[in-house]
Design a protein around this ligand. Structure first.
Ligand code: ADP
Ligand code: MG
Length: 153
């Protein structure tokens, strides 16, 4: 469960990226954050994985109250979160499947749990046909520039 209450984020240069955001995401709920460039989407996501701290307000992700989290807890907190970035934060020598599986392998999940989970999430975003293809960068659906490169499907 994710809960943000009256969250405000002002950057050091004075820009207020988020004014007063409250939301709840229940377990199993699927939420899209959409809006024009500069709307504050990245700011919200970065606050959720504790890359940025809100100027005001509270954020709860699962059992963690992010304002009360000690720095040493951050890596443990992040191990419970999967983030697929749209840009260069991918491993170019791995296939699409391997890139997605990698985070679970790092936290030593069981191979029997990894495979169904990876196939499930690839299917959710329409990439299951590309799983043995090269890096995710070659998949237009995963790439903000949308440049399609040839790859096995
Ligand atoms: N590090 C930063 N320092 C100052 N202002 C920033 C910073 N990052 C983002 N902003 C500003 O905060 C606002 C929201 O940005 P952002 O969260 O990146 O929006 P989006 O992801 O929706 O395009 C924009 O006005 C942007 O210029
Ligand atoms: Mg952004």
């Amino acid at each position: 469960m994710i809960q943000m209450k009256n969250v405000m984020k002002q950057y050091d240069n004075g820009v207020i990226a988020i004014k007063d955001l409250s939301l709840t995401v229940d377990p199993g709920e699927f939420l899209y954050v959409i809006g024009p460039s500069g709307a504050g989407k990245s700011t919200v996501i970065k606050m959720l994985y504790h890359e940025l701290k809100p100027t005001h307000g509270t954020i709860q992700v699962g059992n963690y109250d992010l304002a009360k989290m000690a720095p040493k807890e951050v890596p443990y907190f992040r191990r419970g979160i999967g983030i697929v970035f749209q840009d260069f934060k991918l491993l170019p020598r791995l296939t699409v499947y391997e890139n997605v599986a990698y985070a679970m392998q790092v936290v030593e999940a069981k191979e029997a749990d990894i495979k169904p989970r990876v196939l499930h999430v690839l299917k959710l975003v329409g990439l299951e046909q590309k799983k043995f293809g090269g890096s995710l960068m070659s998949c237009p659906a995963a790439n903000s520039s949308g440049s399609p490169l040839p790859g096995p499907s």
